[in-house]
Design a protein around this ligand. Structure first.
Ligand SMILES: [Zn+2]
Length: 134
């Protein structure tokens, strides 16, 4: 291992909950684990997260921490994702991630949609030296 090769960047324009869910899903995809619960168990056994060369910036770690109630339920297999209302902002767990009319607030005419995805940005060698975890 030569330190991080990718940096996780939260989605632009997402709410706090949406960004947390998107980052969690992207991390799971990258490390090849089915759910956040499995990742947490793996973390507890190793004493360090197996992030497979992924750099998770401090602000994203804090985000995942403060939204642990939500992140702990994120799963790729079976799919558990978050959809969020574009009007009232409420979130709901979803097993499809498909758009749906908001039913979370009485009278709300918003739409529940999946938050935009987080992105992985390649880290150049200089950055890698600065963030070497060992
Ligand atoms: Zn709504």
């Amino acid at each position: 291992m030569h330190g991080p090769t990718y940096r996780l960047v939260p989605p632009h324009g997402a709410t706090t909950e949406g960004a947390a869910a998107a980052c969690a899903a992207t991390i799971l995809t990258h490390v090849g684990l089915p759910s956040w619960v499995v990742l947490a168990q793996d973390y507890n056994q190793r004493g360090e997260p197996a992030l497979c060369g992924l750099e998770v910036p401090e602000n994203v770690r804090e985000l995942l921490d403060t939204q642990a109630w939500l992140v702990n339920r994120i799963s790729l297999q079976p799919l558990v994702t978050v959809v969020q209302c574009d009007r009232c902002g409420r979130v709901q767990f979803s097993s499809t991630g498909k758009d749906a009319p908001c039913g979370l607030t009485m009278g709300c005419v918003g739409k529940l949609t999946r938050p935009p995805a987080a992105t992985l940005v390649p880290v150049d060698n200089q950055d890698t030296l600065l963030t070497e975890p060992d």
